[in-house]
Design a binder for this molecule. Structure first.
Ligand code: C5P
Ligand code: MG
Length: 190
């Protein structure tokens, strides 16, 4: 299996690039943010809970997110591999993913981390807010909080994969095509 963790701060381009990788490598895209938003739209219990955190730019508790992710993996028994987009967001989530995939006889192949400067992230998210309909994209103080949460809780997850020689940093500034090419090269030359 090819299991990719697509990593990076909010606005780095994970969703955009994941859509391309899914087509090229025939993978299943699991975006935890998208799954939470679908649950909010459907007014499920999970959605009601997640909304309280997402509206503030905070992280949903690990046990909730881990349980949800695992059940999504279970739903895709025939998958040739997965792109994890927005997960793991904490070291606890990374450890849980490792344990879970090990039970399935597989593992994370590589973490690809999109590197984008903070000012560019805020610009991109505010632009995306025009179409995304996401309240957490439209308010600069929430965006800044999401970036702060990324820096304090999520950035360290890169060290977890680096220690296993599975970490690759990708320059996330440039055209969408240029960035896709960098990702394809990193996947094909590992
Ligand atoms: O990944 P995305 O930016 O779409 O996530 C949107 C929000 O969903 C995050 O700001 C956070 O509130 C929540 N989230 C989370 N834990 C994850 C993924 C997303 O709490 N693993
Ligand atoms: Mg996304």
């Amino acid at each position: 299996m090819l299991n990719i963790v697509l990593f990076g701060p909010p606005g780095a381009g994970k969703g955009t690039q994941a859509a391309r990788l899914v087509d090229k490598y025939n993978l299943v895209h699991l975006s935890t943010g998208d799954i939470f938003r679908a649950n909010i739209k459907g007014e499920t219990e999970l959605g009601k809970l997640a909304k309280q955190y997402i509206d503030k730019g905070e992280l949903v508790p690990d046990e909730v997110t881990i349980g949800m992710l695992e059940s999504e993996v279970e739903k895709n028994k025939d998958a040739k591999g997965f792109i994890f987009d927005g997960f793991p967001r904490t070291t606890v989530q990374a450890e849980a993913l490792e344990k879970f995939l090990k039970q399935k006889g597989t593992e994370v192949t590589v973490m690809l981390a999109l590197d984008v400067p903070e000012d560019e992230l805020v610009k991109r998210i505010l632009l995306r807010a025009k179409d995304s309909g996401r309240a957490d994209d439209a308010d600069e103080s929430i965006i800044r909080n999401r970036i702060k949460v990324y820096n304090t809780h999520t950035a360290v997850v890169a060290d977890y994969y680096d220690a296993k020689n599975k970490f690759k940093q990708i320059n996330g500034v440039g055209s969408i095509d240029e960035i896709s090419e960098r990702l394809y090269n990193a996947i094909d030359n590992q």
